[in-house]
Design a protein around this ligand. Sequence first.
Ligand SMILES: [Zn+2]
Length: 328
Amino acid sequence: MEKNKIEAMKLPDMFDPVKRSEIMSHIRSKNTKGEIIVRKYLHRLGFRFRLHVSNLPGKPDIVLPKYKCVIFVHGCFWHAHQGCKYYRDPKTNSEYWIPKIQRNVERDRRAVQELCSMGWNVIVIWECELKKDKREETLVNLVESIKNKSLFNELFLIFNQAFIKFWTNSEDLIRSDISERNLCGNLAFELRDAIRQSRFADYYVDVEYNRNNGKLKTLMDEYMKVIPITCDVIVHSRGEVVIKDNLVAVEMKKSNQPKKEKEDDRIRLEALTKQSYDNVWSFDGHTLPEHVCGYTLGVYIEINPKKFSARVEYYYNGRCIFSRVLNK
Ligand SMILES: [Zn+2]
């Protein structure tokens, strides 16, 4: 048997390179080993999904309609996983392969863009992340990401509903340049209203609140220094719901404030929306983490009273994922 295998490898390819490429390109596309690992895992946890949905951009490998989430399981070679040891520019027949792989990469990029603009959460898993030593971690993170992004979308809608009300109801106050504190109070009022009508009715909307079960809420700053935090507006359970204490953190600044203060607000939102402190600790689900993080949605609002305009930035997973400008 072993001998036959070796013999077979020595045989010259019976197909010419172009034909061989064609065959290879058919082998890879569907139901790869990686895809099957992911599908089995999700299925076991009770996720329901559709496969290779052709009416969505890029024909995603796995589609979870309930979570508005699509998953691509990419082979490192075919999709040019940069910096990965399984991807190298092909040496043989490169004039054929390189443009072909480039087309794949370009197609992937467009698909992600289109799917995102349609409101889908797009997750890409590379085949190298499913090798035995990394598989468990990848799959656990995948599930976390599916659930968390779905929660983000939900909170995003709730927040925007409240924000639009605030913006229209407070026009006179904003134009008259009342204090940030008052504006935050008004926003909190609308947010409380929206939260009460949602499935998060048991959560609190607090202004400049920084205590949890009598303990000061703290944050570790970029130099790992512990500082107490006072966000302008937060939505949280005041420590009652340990598994998901923090939902939304909002910072508001008027545009004439010092640049440094605006930057500090943004840095704070990046830290607050991280899942953990750079994996220093892991959250066990029973005790609240030592320092605050894990806010699902962070929002930075910069208001220009004179122009009655606002720049709104949305933070997720430790970074600003998009922003928009509101004008009259
Ligand atoms: Zn890879």
